[in-house]
Design a protein around this ligand. Structure first.
Ligand SMILES: [Fe+2]
Length: 461
Protein backbone atom coordinates (compact mmCIF):
# COMPACT_ATOMS: atom_id res chain seq x y z
CA UNK A 1 0.00 0.00 0.00
CA UNK A 2 1.23 3.47 -0.73
CA UNK A 3 0.69 6.76 1.00
CA UNK A 4 -2.30 8.78 -0.21
CA UNK A 5 -2.35 12.23 -1.73
CA UNK A 6 -2.31 14.93 0.93
CA UNK A 7 -4.30 18.10 1.14
CA UNK A 8 -2.29 20.93 -0.34
CA UNK A 9 -3.37 23.58 -2.75
CA UNK A 10 -2.51 27.04 -1.44
CA UNK A 11 1.24 26.54 -1.56
CA UNK A 12 1.04 25.35 -5.16
CA UNK A 13 0.42 28.92 -6.26
CA UNK A 14 3.46 30.15 -4.36
CA UNK A 15 5.62 27.44 -5.86
CA UNK A 16 4.55 28.15 -9.44
CA UNK A 17 4.99 31.86 -8.85
CA UNK A 18 8.53 31.34 -7.54
CA UNK A 19 9.30 29.02 -10.46
CA UNK A 20 8.07 31.49 -13.09
CA UNK A 21 9.97 34.41 -11.66
CA UNK A 22 13.15 32.43 -11.09
CA UNK A 23 13.10 31.22 -14.72
CA UNK A 24 12.45 34.74 -15.92
CA UNK A 25 15.10 36.33 -13.73
CA UNK A 26 17.82 34.67 -15.82
CA UNK A 27 17.19 37.23 -18.56
CA UNK A 28 18.03 40.87 -18.00
CA UNK A 29 14.73 42.21 -19.31
CA UNK A 30 11.24 40.80 -19.20
CA UNK A 31 9.53 40.69 -22.55
CA UNK A 32 5.78 41.41 -22.76
CA UNK A 33 5.30 37.87 -24.08
CA UNK A 34 7.01 36.35 -21.02
CA UNK A 35 4.83 38.43 -18.71
CA UNK A 36 1.73 37.13 -20.47
CA UNK A 37 2.90 33.55 -20.01
CA UNK A 38 3.57 34.14 -16.30
CA UNK A 39 0.17 35.76 -15.81
CA UNK A 40 -1.60 32.96 -17.64
CA UNK A 41 0.27 30.24 -15.70
CA UNK A 42 -0.55 31.89 -12.39
CA UNK A 43 -4.20 32.28 -13.33
CA UNK A 44 -4.41 28.60 -14.26
CA UNK A 45 -2.71 27.62 -10.99
CA UNK A 46 -5.10 29.81 -9.05
CA UNK A 47 -8.17 28.29 -10.70
CA UNK A 48 -6.84 24.79 -10.08
CA UNK A 49 -6.17 25.64 -6.44
CA UNK A 50 -9.74 26.92 -5.97
CA UNK A 51 -11.33 23.86 -7.55
CA UNK A 52 -9.02 21.57 -5.56
CA UNK A 53 -9.96 23.41 -2.36
CA UNK A 54 -13.64 23.01 -3.12
CA UNK A 55 -13.32 19.26 -3.74
CA UNK A 56 -11.21 18.71 -0.62
CA UNK A 57 -13.52 20.83 1.50
CA UNK A 58 -16.45 18.64 0.52
CA UNK A 59 -14.49 15.42 1.08
CA UNK A 60 -13.12 16.31 4.51
CA UNK A 61 -16.31 17.86 5.89
CA UNK A 62 -18.36 14.87 4.74
CA UNK A 63 -15.87 12.45 6.26
CA UNK A 64 -16.30 14.03 9.71
CA UNK A 65 -20.05 13.51 9.47
CA UNK A 66 -19.58 9.98 8.12
CA UNK A 67 -17.61 9.13 11.28
CA UNK A 68 -20.68 10.17 13.29
CA UNK A 69 -23.17 8.05 11.34
CA UNK A 70 -22.99 5.09 13.76
CA UNK A 71 -23.79 7.37 16.73
CA UNK A 72 -27.11 7.76 18.52
CA UNK A 73 -28.17 11.18 19.79
CA UNK A 74 -27.15 10.30 23.37
CA UNK A 75 -23.57 9.56 22.22
CA UNK A 76 -23.05 13.10 20.93
CA UNK A 77 -22.98 14.80 24.33
CA UNK A 78 -20.74 12.62 26.53
CA UNK A 79 -17.42 14.01 27.79
CA UNK A 80 -15.75 11.04 29.53
CA UNK A 81 -12.83 13.07 30.93
CA UNK A 82 -11.34 16.55 30.79
CA UNK A 83 -9.16 15.84 27.73
CA UNK A 84 -11.82 14.05 25.68
CA UNK A 85 -14.52 16.20 24.09
CA UNK A 86 -18.02 15.15 23.02
CA UNK A 87 -18.65 14.43 19.29
CA UNK A 88 -21.07 17.37 19.18
CA UNK A 89 -18.30 19.69 20.32
CA UNK A 90 -15.88 18.41 17.66
CA UNK A 91 -18.53 18.92 14.95
CA UNK A 92 -19.14 22.48 16.13
CA UNK A 93 -15.57 23.51 16.96
CA UNK A 94 -14.18 22.53 13.53
CA UNK A 95 -16.96 24.62 12.00
CA UNK A 96 -16.23 27.51 14.36
CA UNK A 97 -12.60 27.39 13.15
CA UNK A 98 -13.65 28.05 9.53
CA UNK A 99 -16.15 30.70 10.58
CA UNK A 100 -13.64 32.52 12.78
CA UNK A 101 -10.45 32.28 10.74
CA UNK A 102 -11.78 32.17 7.17
CA UNK A 103 -15.27 33.60 6.77
CA UNK A 104 -14.97 36.51 9.19
CA UNK A 105 -11.61 37.32 7.58
CA UNK A 106 -12.66 37.04 3.94
CA UNK A 107 -16.40 37.68 3.58
CA UNK A 108 -17.66 41.24 3.94
CA UNK A 109 -20.83 41.41 6.06
CA UNK A 110 -20.67 37.68 6.86
CA UNK A 111 -23.67 36.73 9.01
CA UNK A 112 -22.68 34.40 11.85
CA UNK A 113 -24.99 31.44 12.45
CA UNK A 114 -25.31 32.19 16.18
CA UNK A 115 -23.33 34.83 18.05
CA UNK A 116 -23.17 32.59 21.18
CA UNK A 117 -21.11 29.98 19.35
CA UNK A 118 -17.96 32.09 19.48
CA UNK A 119 -17.94 31.61 23.25
CA UNK A 120 -19.19 28.00 23.22
CA UNK A 121 -16.84 26.52 20.63
CA UNK A 122 -13.58 28.46 20.97
CA UNK A 123 -11.05 25.87 22.16
CA UNK A 124 -8.03 27.78 23.43
CA UNK A 125 -7.58 30.98 21.39
CA UNK A 126 -6.99 33.77 23.89
CA UNK A 127 -6.79 36.23 21.00
CA UNK A 128 -10.44 35.54 20.15
CA UNK A 129 -11.74 36.02 23.68
CA UNK A 130 -13.24 34.21 26.65
CA UNK A 131 -14.69 30.71 26.19
CA UNK A 132 -16.78 28.00 27.75
CA UNK A 133 -14.69 25.94 30.25
CA UNK A 134 -13.18 22.83 28.71
CA UNK A 135 -14.29 20.79 31.70
CA UNK A 136 -17.94 21.63 30.97
CA UNK A 137 -18.16 20.66 27.31
CA UNK A 138 -20.19 17.58 28.20
CA UNK A 139 -22.80 19.63 30.05
CA UNK A 140 -24.20 21.28 26.92
CA UNK A 141 -27.43 19.50 26.04
CA UNK A 142 -28.19 22.62 23.98
CA UNK A 143 -27.59 23.58 21.22
CA UNK A 144 -29.19 20.42 19.89
CA UNK A 145 -27.36 18.01 17.64
CA UNK A 146 -29.60 19.04 14.74
CA UNK A 147 -28.71 22.68 15.31
CA UNK A 148 -25.01 21.83 15.09
CA UNK A 149 -25.55 20.07 11.78
CA UNK A 150 -27.45 23.16 10.56
CA UNK A 151 -24.46 25.27 11.71
CA UNK A 152 -22.15 23.07 9.65
CA UNK A 153 -24.34 23.51 6.57
CA UNK A 154 -24.47 27.29 7.06
CA UNK A 155 -20.68 27.49 7.14
CA UNK A 156 -20.17 24.97 4.32
CA UNK A 157 -22.49 26.95 2.07
CA UNK A 158 -20.61 30.16 2.85
CA UNK A 159 -17.24 28.51 2.17
CA UNK A 160 -18.47 27.13 -1.15
CA UNK A 161 -19.69 30.59 -2.18
CA UNK A 162 -16.35 32.02 -1.16
CA UNK A 163 -14.43 29.52 -3.28
CA UNK A 164 -16.71 30.13 -6.24
CA UNK A 165 -15.59 33.78 -6.17
CA UNK A 166 -12.04 35.10 -6.07
CA UNK A 167 -10.56 34.31 -2.64
CA UNK A 168 -7.01 35.57 -2.09
CA UNK A 169 -4.12 33.18 -1.44
CA UNK A 170 -4.19 33.96 2.31
CA UNK A 171 -7.81 32.79 2.32
CA UNK A 172 -6.83 29.58 0.51
CA UNK A 173 -4.06 29.01 3.03
CA UNK A 174 -6.52 29.36 5.91
CA UNK A 175 -8.98 26.95 4.28
CA UNK A 176 -6.14 24.47 3.83
CA UNK A 177 -5.21 24.87 7.50
CA UNK A 178 -8.87 24.48 8.46
CA UNK A 179 -9.07 21.19 6.57
CA UNK A 180 -6.00 19.79 8.29
CA UNK A 181 -7.36 21.06 11.60
CA UNK A 182 -10.61 19.19 10.89
CA UNK A 183 -8.66 16.02 10.10
CA UNK A 184 -6.85 16.34 13.43
CA UNK A 185 -10.25 16.51 15.08
CA UNK A 186 -11.48 13.47 13.12
CA UNK A 187 -8.79 11.51 14.96
CA UNK A 188 -9.70 13.09 18.30
CA UNK A 189 -13.37 12.35 17.66
CA UNK A 190 -12.49 8.65 17.32
CA UNK A 191 -10.17 8.49 20.34
CA UNK A 192 -12.54 10.52 22.52
CA UNK A 193 -15.45 8.32 21.50
CA UNK A 194 -13.40 5.24 22.40
CA UNK A 195 -12.73 6.81 25.80
CA UNK A 196 -16.49 7.20 26.28
CA UNK A 197 -17.57 3.77 25.04
CA UNK A 198 -14.56 1.98 26.54
CA UNK A 199 -15.42 3.21 30.03
CA UNK A 200 -19.00 2.00 29.67
CA UNK A 201 -19.34 -1.38 31.48
CA UNK A 202 -21.47 -2.78 28.65
CA UNK A 203 -18.70 -1.96 26.13
CA UNK A 204 -20.78 -0.73 23.18
CA UNK A 205 -19.50 -1.41 19.65
CA UNK A 206 -18.90 1.67 17.49
CA UNK A 207 -18.49 -0.19 14.18
CA UNK A 208 -18.50 -3.83 13.16
CA UNK A 209 -14.99 -4.94 12.30
CA UNK A 210 -14.39 -4.50 8.56
CA UNK A 211 -13.09 -7.43 6.56
CA UNK A 212 -9.89 -6.18 5.00
CA UNK A 213 -8.48 -7.78 1.89
CA UNK A 214 -4.86 -7.31 2.91
CA UNK A 215 -3.89 -8.58 6.34
CA UNK A 216 -0.34 -7.62 7.23
CA UNK A 217 1.75 -10.21 9.01
CA UNK A 218 3.98 -9.77 12.00
CA UNK A 219 7.67 -10.59 11.61
CA UNK A 220 10.71 -10.76 13.87
CA UNK A 221 12.03 -7.35 14.81
CA UNK A 222 15.16 -6.25 13.01
CA UNK A 223 17.19 -3.30 14.23
CA UNK A 224 18.20 -1.05 11.34
CA UNK A 225 21.64 0.48 11.88
CA UNK A 226 22.45 4.07 10.99
CA UNK A 227 25.94 5.54 10.99
CA UNK A 228 26.69 8.85 12.65
CA UNK A 229 26.08 11.81 10.37
CA UNK A 230 24.77 15.30 9.96
CA UNK A 231 21.41 15.44 8.21
CA UNK A 232 18.44 17.65 7.45
CA UNK A 233 15.28 17.38 9.59
CA UNK A 234 11.90 19.01 9.10
CA UNK A 235 9.27 19.43 6.41
CA UNK A 236 10.40 19.54 2.78
CA UNK A 237 8.02 21.98 1.15
CA UNK A 238 8.74 20.75 -2.36
CA UNK A 239 7.60 17.22 -1.37
CA UNK A 240 4.78 18.06 1.06
CA UNK A 241 3.57 21.57 0.33
CA UNK A 242 1.41 21.57 3.46
CA UNK A 243 2.89 21.29 6.92
CA UNK A 244 2.22 22.83 10.30
CA UNK A 245 4.47 25.65 11.49
CA UNK A 246 6.06 23.37 14.11
CA UNK A 247 7.66 21.22 11.35
CA UNK A 248 9.76 24.18 10.20
CA UNK A 249 12.34 25.36 9.54
CA UNK A 250 14.18 22.43 8.01
CA UNK A 251 17.55 22.37 9.73
CA UNK A 252 20.70 20.33 10.31
CA UNK A 253 20.97 17.85 13.18
CA UNK A 254 23.94 15.67 14.16
CA UNK A 255 23.03 12.06 14.88
CA UNK A 256 25.43 9.69 16.66
CA UNK A 257 25.38 6.08 15.40
CA UNK A 258 22.15 4.35 16.39
CA UNK A 259 19.85 1.45 15.60
CA UNK A 260 16.07 1.53 15.41
CA UNK A 261 13.48 -1.25 15.28
CA UNK A 262 11.77 -1.85 11.95
CA UNK A 263 8.35 -2.36 13.59
CA UNK A 264 6.43 -1.65 16.75
CA UNK A 265 6.53 -3.58 20.03
CA UNK A 266 3.73 -6.17 20.03
CA UNK A 267 1.16 -7.02 22.67
CA UNK A 268 2.90 -10.37 23.17
CA UNK A 269 6.22 -8.69 23.87
CA UNK A 270 4.58 -6.19 26.20
CA UNK A 271 2.78 -9.01 28.04
CA UNK A 272 6.21 -10.49 28.86
CA UNK A 273 7.06 -7.19 30.55
CA UNK A 274 3.84 -7.39 32.58
CA UNK A 275 4.41 -11.04 33.53
CA UNK A 276 7.99 -10.25 34.55
CA UNK A 277 6.71 -7.75 37.10
CA UNK A 278 7.38 -4.65 35.01
CA UNK A 279 4.58 -2.74 36.70
CA UNK A 280 5.94 -3.65 40.16
CA UNK A 281 9.64 -2.90 39.58
CA UNK A 282 10.33 0.64 40.67
CA UNK A 283 13.85 0.70 39.19
CA UNK A 284 12.39 0.54 35.67
CA UNK A 285 10.34 3.69 36.05
CA UNK A 286 10.96 7.39 35.98
CA UNK A 287 10.00 8.92 39.32
CA UNK A 288 7.05 10.84 37.90
CA UNK A 289 5.99 7.75 35.97
CA UNK A 290 5.99 5.59 39.10
CA UNK A 291 3.89 8.25 40.81
CA UNK A 292 1.33 8.22 37.99
CA UNK A 293 1.29 4.41 37.89
CA UNK A 294 0.56 4.21 41.61
CA UNK A 295 -1.98 7.05 41.62
CA UNK A 296 -3.90 5.69 38.62
CA UNK A 297 -3.53 1.99 39.47
CA UNK A 298 -1.95 1.06 36.13
CA UNK A 299 -1.23 -2.67 35.72
CA UNK A 300 -1.60 -2.88 31.92
CA UNK A 301 -2.31 -0.66 28.88
CA UNK A 302 -5.55 1.31 28.85
CA UNK A 303 -8.58 -0.76 27.77
CA UNK A 304 -7.00 -4.10 28.81
CA UNK A 305 -8.76 -6.21 31.45
CA UNK A 306 -8.69 -9.78 32.65
CA UNK A 307 -11.52 -12.30 32.65
CA UNK A 308 -11.04 -15.87 33.87
CA UNK A 309 -7.29 -15.38 33.60
CA UNK A 310 -7.44 -14.22 29.96
CA UNK A 311 -6.35 -10.75 28.85
CA UNK A 312 -9.07 -8.98 26.86
CA UNK A 313 -9.22 -5.48 25.46
CA UNK A 314 -11.94 -3.08 24.45
CA UNK A 315 -11.72 -1.96 20.83
CA UNK A 316 -14.11 0.19 18.82
CA UNK A 317 -15.09 -3.05 17.10
CA UNK A 318 -15.95 -4.75 20.39
CA UNK A 319 -14.17 -6.66 23.17
CA UNK A 320 -11.58 -9.10 21.87
CA UNK A 321 -8.79 -11.29 23.31
CA UNK A 322 -5.53 -9.35 23.26
CA UNK A 323 -3.89 -10.23 19.93
CA UNK A 324 -0.27 -11.09 20.72
CA UNK A 325 0.92 -10.20 17.20
CA UNK A 326 -0.60 -6.70 17.04
CA UNK A 327 1.27 -3.58 18.19
CA UNK A 328 0.67 -2.66 21.83
CA UNK A 329 -1.22 0.62 22.11
CA UNK A 330 -2.72 3.01 24.66
CA UNK A 331 0.46 3.19 26.71
CA UNK A 332 1.81 6.38 28.24
CA UNK A 333 5.28 7.79 27.67
CA UNK A 334 6.14 6.49 31.15
CA UNK A 335 5.15 2.93 30.25
CA UNK A 336 6.96 3.09 26.90
CA UNK A 337 10.07 4.33 28.67
CA UNK A 338 9.86 1.63 31.39
CA UNK A 339 9.38 -1.10 28.78
CA UNK A 340 12.40 0.11 26.81
CA UNK A 341 14.54 0.10 29.98
CA UNK A 342 13.36 -3.42 30.85
CA UNK A 343 14.31 -4.82 27.44
CA UNK A 344 17.71 -3.05 27.47
CA UNK A 345 16.87 -0.47 24.83
CA UNK A 346 15.58 3.10 24.77
CA UNK A 347 13.07 5.24 22.91
CA UNK A 348 14.41 6.89 19.73
CA UNK A 349 14.70 10.66 19.48
CA UNK A 350 12.32 12.32 17.06
CA UNK A 351 15.29 13.09 14.78
CA UNK A 352 16.47 9.47 14.72
CA UNK A 353 12.90 8.45 13.97
CA UNK A 354 12.45 10.90 11.08
CA UNK A 355 15.80 10.05 9.49
CA UNK A 356 15.05 6.32 9.70
CA UNK A 357 11.50 6.73 8.36
CA UNK A 358 12.71 8.74 5.36
CA UNK A 359 15.46 6.21 4.60
CA UNK A 360 13.20 3.17 4.93
CA UNK A 361 10.25 4.62 3.03
CA UNK A 362 9.39 2.38 0.11
CA UNK A 363 5.69 3.24 0.22
CA UNK A 364 4.66 0.68 2.81
CA UNK A 365 2.32 1.77 5.58
CA UNK A 366 0.38 0.33 8.45
CA UNK A 367 -3.28 0.97 9.28
CA UNK A 368 -4.69 4.48 8.80
CA UNK A 369 -8.21 5.86 9.23
CA UNK A 370 -9.12 5.34 5.58
CA UNK A 371 -8.92 1.57 6.22
CA UNK A 372 -11.92 1.86 8.57
CA UNK A 373 -10.21 -0.51 11.02
CA UNK A 374 -9.88 1.59 14.16
CA UNK A 375 -7.45 -0.67 15.94
CA UNK A 376 -3.79 -1.55 15.27
CA UNK A 377 -3.12 -4.71 13.24
CA UNK A 378 -0.08 -6.99 12.93
CA UNK A 379 2.54 -5.13 10.97
CA UNK A 380 4.99 -5.71 8.20
CA UNK A 381 8.09 -3.56 8.68
CA UNK A 382 7.00 0.05 8.37
CA UNK A 383 7.43 3.33 10.18
CA UNK A 384 3.94 4.76 9.89
CA UNK A 385 0.39 3.80 10.76
CA UNK A 386 -1.32 1.76 13.51
CA UNK A 387 0.08 3.68 16.53
CA UNK A 388 1.68 7.01 17.21
CA UNK A 389 5.13 6.30 18.62
CA UNK A 390 6.54 7.98 21.68
CA UNK A 391 9.95 9.52 21.14
CA UNK A 392 12.36 10.67 23.85
CA UNK A 393 12.25 14.22 22.45
CA UNK A 394 10.58 17.00 24.36
CA UNK A 395 8.21 19.06 22.23
CA UNK A 396 10.25 22.19 21.53
CA UNK A 397 10.63 24.71 18.71
CA UNK A 398 13.08 23.98 15.91
CA UNK A 399 15.88 26.58 15.68
CA UNK A 400 14.43 29.66 14.00
CA UNK A 401 10.80 28.56 14.52
CA UNK A 402 8.24 31.19 13.57
CA UNK A 403 4.61 30.70 14.61
CA UNK A 404 1.87 31.78 12.22
CA UNK A 405 1.05 35.47 12.39
CA UNK A 406 -1.78 36.78 14.57
CA UNK A 407 -4.15 34.67 16.63
CA UNK A 408 -3.46 31.58 14.50
CA UNK A 409 0.02 31.69 16.04
CA UNK A 410 -1.61 30.08 19.10
CA UNK A 411 -2.24 26.90 17.06
CA UNK A 412 0.99 25.09 18.04
CA UNK A 413 3.67 27.28 19.55
CA UNK A 414 2.19 27.93 22.96
CA UNK A 415 2.13 24.21 23.78
CA UNK A 416 5.89 23.77 23.54
CA UNK A 417 6.46 22.90 27.19
CA UNK A 418 6.28 19.69 29.22
CA UNK A 419 5.09 17.44 26.38
CA UNK A 420 6.76 14.72 24.30
CA UNK A 421 6.81 14.33 20.53
CA UNK A 422 5.11 11.35 18.90
CA UNK A 423 5.68 10.31 15.31
CA UNK A 424 4.15 8.02 12.73
CA UNK A 425 0.35 8.44 12.68
CA UNK A 426 -2.19 5.90 13.85
CA UNK A 427 -5.15 3.81 12.74
CA UNK A 428 -7.32 6.87 13.50
CA UNK A 429 -5.17 9.34 11.50
CA UNK A 430 -6.31 10.14 7.95
CA UNK A 431 -3.44 9.14 5.67
CA UNK A 432 -4.13 12.21 3.50
CA UNK A 433 -3.19 14.27 6.58
CA UNK A 434 0.07 12.42 7.22
CA UNK A 435 3.75 13.04 6.39
CA UNK A 436 6.93 11.77 8.09
CA UNK A 437 7.82 15.25 9.39
CA UNK A 438 4.51 15.41 11.33
CA UNK A 439 5.07 16.16 15.04
CA UNK A 440 2.26 15.12 17.33
CA UNK A 441 2.59 15.90 21.05
CA UNK A 442 1.00 14.76 24.27
CA UNK A 443 1.74 14.75 27.98
CA UNK A 444 3.76 11.84 29.33
CA UNK A 445 0.82 10.45 31.33
CA UNK A 446 -1.64 10.41 28.38
CA UNK A 447 -2.93 7.02 27.23
CA UNK A 448 -6.22 7.61 25.42
CA UNK A 449 -4.64 8.19 22.01
CA UNK A 450 -3.48 5.21 19.91
CA UNK A 451 0.08 5.40 21.29
CA UNK A 452 2.65 2.62 20.99
CA UNK A 453 6.36 1.86 21.23
CA UNK A 454 9.26 1.64 18.77
CA UNK A 455 12.66 0.85 20.25
CA UNK A 456 16.02 2.46 19.59
CA UNK A 457 19.53 1.57 20.65
CA UNK A 458 22.93 3.24 20.85
CA UNK A 459 25.73 1.99 18.61
CA UNK A 460 29.43 2.38 19.27
CA UNK A 461 31.17 5.17 17.39
FE1 LIG B 1 -9.07 22.54 17.39
Amino acid sequence: MTLGIGINFACTIDQISRFCYSRNSTSETTSPGALDIIASTLETAYMLACSSALAQLERVRQQTERLCEPLETEDYCIQPMLDASPPKWHLAHTTWFFETFVLKHAVANYQVFDSAYEYLFNSYYEGIGTRHPRSDRGLLSRPLVGEIYAYRKHVDDALQSLLAGTPDTECLRRIELGLHHEQQHQELLITDLKCNLGRNPIHPIYLEKPSLLVQPTSVQTTFIEHSGRMLEIGAELNKNPFCFDNELPRHSVWLAPYAIADRLVTNGEYLEFILDGGYETVSLWLSDGWGEKVARGWISPEYWFQEDGEWLEYTLHGVTPVDLESPVCHVSYFEADAYARWIGARLPTEFEWEAAAQTADHGERGTFAEDGHFHPRPQSPTFCGDCWQWTSSSYAPYPGYQPLEGTLGEYNGKFMANQYVLRGGSCATPVSHYRHSYRNFFYSKDRWQFTGIRLGRNLDN
